[in-house]
Each structure stands twice: as C-alpha cells, then as structure tokens.
Design a protein around this ligand. Structure first.
Ligand code: GLA
Length: 411
C-alpha cells in the first residue's frame, strides 16, 4: 500500500514537472514587443509593421551581425500576429502580414541557426484584443505551435480570471510536453497575480515554466528600468532563490538601442540584468542599432557572466547613503560579478571600498577585470582599499576571481 502510494505520488510529480531540459541558461535573443508594439499598419509603415518581413530582416541581422554566435538565437514574435481561427478552430496568422505562415518563418529561423518564439494569451483575447487561448483550446494550440516547429511560447494572461490561469498554465505546460517537441515556456502568470506569494507559488512555477514575467511591462525610459529594478530588489529575498537553471525570473526586455536610455543607463541596464541572471532579450531595431550599443550587447565577458553555468541570481548587497549600490552574483569557480551602481545625478563619484566591506573574508588573493573597459585590477586582498569611479546613473562592473583559480578551465 505504502509502495503504491509512493509510486502514485512519483507519477503525479512527474506529470506536474515540466522537465523539458530547456533553458539551463537564461534565454538570449530578440523580441518584437517593446520596440515594434502592435504596429499593424503596413501601408503607412511597411518596414516596421508586425509582419513576416520584419521577422525575416531581424533573423538576417541576428545571423549576420555576430549575434547568433554569442548566443542571441531566439527570434520572438509577440502580440498582433493572429488573423483568427480556421473552420477547425486552429489558429491562423494574419494573411496579409504573414502570407507564408508561421511554419515558414520557423523554417527560415532554423535555416539560419536560430529559434522561433511565438506569443499567445491564456484568456478570451490577447492583451491587444486578438483571439486568445481559452481553456478548451490549450491542447489544440500547443499542437499547432509544435506542428509549426515553434521553439518557445510566451503565454500572456490578459482577459482571464485567476482561476482560469491556475488551471490553464499547468495545462499548457503539460500540453507542450505532450507534443514531444521541446518548446520553452514563458509564463506571464505571476505578473497578473501581483508577483508575490501567497498568490504566486514560485515552486509550482519553477516546475511548469522556464521563465516568467513577475512584474510590469518595461517602457522606453530610465524611470521604467528603475521601477522594475526597485521592485526586484525590494523582493529579492523571495525572488532570488527561485531562479536557477531551467527556470528564470524575467524583468522584461533590454531597451538598449532605443530612445529612452543614455549611454550610461544602457550600460547599467545590461550590467544589472546580467547580475540578476535575467533573459537577454533585445527589443530594438537591429538594422539601425549603433556600434556603441552593439558593443554593450555583444560584450563577451558580460555574456559569459549572464550565462554562468551555476545560474545563481545576484542580489543587492549594499545600499550606501551616498546613493551607491553594490550588487553581487556568485559564479562558477569561486568567481563573482560585482556591479557598482550610482543613483546619483551630480558627477562621477569616487567610491572607496574593499572586498572585506563586500563580505569577502578569506585570505585568497583576487584579481578583477572591469567588464566594460577590460582593465585588470590585481592583488586584491580582503583589506585592500580600492576606488571605483561611477558615472551618474551608470555602473562599474567587475568580474572578480581568485588568482589561485587562474588557469582552471571554465565549465
Ligand atoms: C502584455 C505583456 C507585454 C506584451 C503585451 C502585448 O502587456 O506583458 O509583454 O506581450 O501584452 O499585447
């Protein structure tokens, strides 16, 4: 009897767990929404409207401009692609804007070594009012996405009740699994329940979703970046432990390359998202992005830190009266990423500190590499005083590693 119960429980657990083995590292790629929104007027704005041409052009850029080799492989469609449902109830894309269909786009992405992501909404409508996936359509839509050879699904939560979401998200996870196609699952569920326990069950989410939006949509402004950061930091005791390989918090896309952030702020978003082990999903026009912004997004050491195999989310460890904050993310091989972040609005600030002040207390000798300048700071012991100069709304970011660990191959 006991054995039977144990076996039954094991079976139930197996059914509940997503276990798709995907996204052991935060996903990287491109997502249409923040930059291109629901621009469906292809007469007025043919180069920027939500259409297969836009996605093919972004795919070309990802493949040809060095993005793919660095890991930026997801090409993610967001809202406003749906035309309706056919006589069998199957989803179909807008015929004018996606004349060759989604399977064609998936093939195109795959032919370039990329992956295709798609968007739907658990509810009567998507947030922009297109046909949603109601509970009775979950299995059918999962099958459609698999037939199209889609690689990721972002399932939004507009126009549904908390009860429908509680039923629908696990149901979609199971339906995706049942298709046999590995499809990463991005759940907007927590963002619709306030992002915090007891309404949000992060243990369950980690079992059924590969990433999840916890909080508000990012907008093209520094104020928006700060409001998201503040929310994540305020709740870091809840959020930090629930992230890990295969299941990530998602503070929303990178704005870098758009209109709202200064150079310093763009560097700051990249550094802060990286210590938070956040997905690196760009939402910008890769056809016109500047060399300076490409440098921020294509920084190899930054990406190595974001993709660290331990997958530990960082935390804010210090908040100084001087409006300097320090963030730390532990990395493989006893390395760490440290971000010194200035919320000041006056001038470059000389911040004096030591590793001891950052809670390092061993006799190990460290070396740091400045992630943006490449400068090496060697011979750092816990009591060694150092100074970093941080620009207003900017960061200094260090990759810190014990010297004794030098030469050990990274995992
Ligand atoms: C919601 C989501 C956004 C985006 C839009 C599309 O607001 O949070 O990320 O997908 O819907 O309508």
């Amino acid at each position: 009897m006991l054995l039977k119960t144990v076996l039954l429980l094991a079976l139930v657990a197996q059914v509940l767990v997503l276990e798709n083995g995907l996204l052991r590292k935060p996903p990287m790629g491109w997502l249409a929404w923040e930059r291109f929104r629901c621009n469906i007027d292809c007469n007025e704005d043919p180069k920027n409207c939500i259409s297969e041409e836009l996605f093919m052009e972004m795919a070309d850029r990802l493949a040809q401009d060095g993005w793919r080799e660095l890991g930026y492989v997801y090409l993610n469609i967001d809202d406003c692609w749906i035309g309706g449902r056919d006589a069998k109830g199957n989803l179909v894309p807008d015929r004018k804007r996606f004349p060759h269909g989604i399977a064609f786009l998936a093939d195109y992405a795959h032919s370039l070594g990329l992956k295709l992501g798609i968007y739907e909404d658990l509810g009567n409508f998507t947030c922009m009012g297109y046909p949603g996936t109601t509970l009775d359509k979950v299995v059918q839509d999962a099958q459609t996405f698999a037939e199209w050879k889609v690689d990721m699904l972002k399932l939004d939560g507009c126009y549904s009740s908390p009860q429908e979401r509680a039923e629908g998200y696990p149901k979609m996870a199971a339906a995706l699994n049942a298709t046999g196609r590995p499809i990463a699952f991005s759940c907007s569920w927590p963002a619709y329940e306030g992002g915090l326990p007891p309404k949000v069950n992060y243990t369950l989410l980690a079992d059924i979703c590969n990433l999840w939006r916890n909080f508000d949509d990012i907008q093209d402004s520094w104020r928006s970046v700060l409001s998201i950061l503040d929310w994540f930091v305020t709740h870091q005791d809840v959020l930090q432990p629930v992230a890990g390989p295969g299941h990530w918090n998602d503070p929303d896309v990178l704005l870098i390359g758009n209109f709202g952030l200064s150079f310093e702020q763009a560097r700051a978003q990249m550094a802060l998202w990286t210590v938070l082990a956040a997905p690196l999903l760009m939402s910008t026009d890769l056809r016109t992005i500047s060399a300076q912004n490409i440098d921020i997004l294509q920084n190899p050491l930054m990406i190595k830190i974001n993709q660290d195999p331990l997958g530990i989310q960082g935390r804010r460890i210090l908040k100084e009266k001087s409006y300097i904050e320090v963030y730390l993310r532990p990395l493989v091989n006893e390395a760490s990423a440290i971000v010194f972040f200035s919320r000041r609005t006056d001038m470059p600030y000389h911040y004096h500190s030591s590793l001891a002040r950052l809670n390092f207390s061993s006799s190990v000798v460290y070396e740091a590499q400045d992630v943006y300048t490449g400068e090496i700071i060697s011979g750092l012991q816990d009591k060694t005083n150092f100074t970093v100069i941080i620009n207003p709304s900017g960061v200094v970011m260090w990759y810190l590693y014990p010297i004794s660990k030098l030469g050990i191959p990274q995992q």
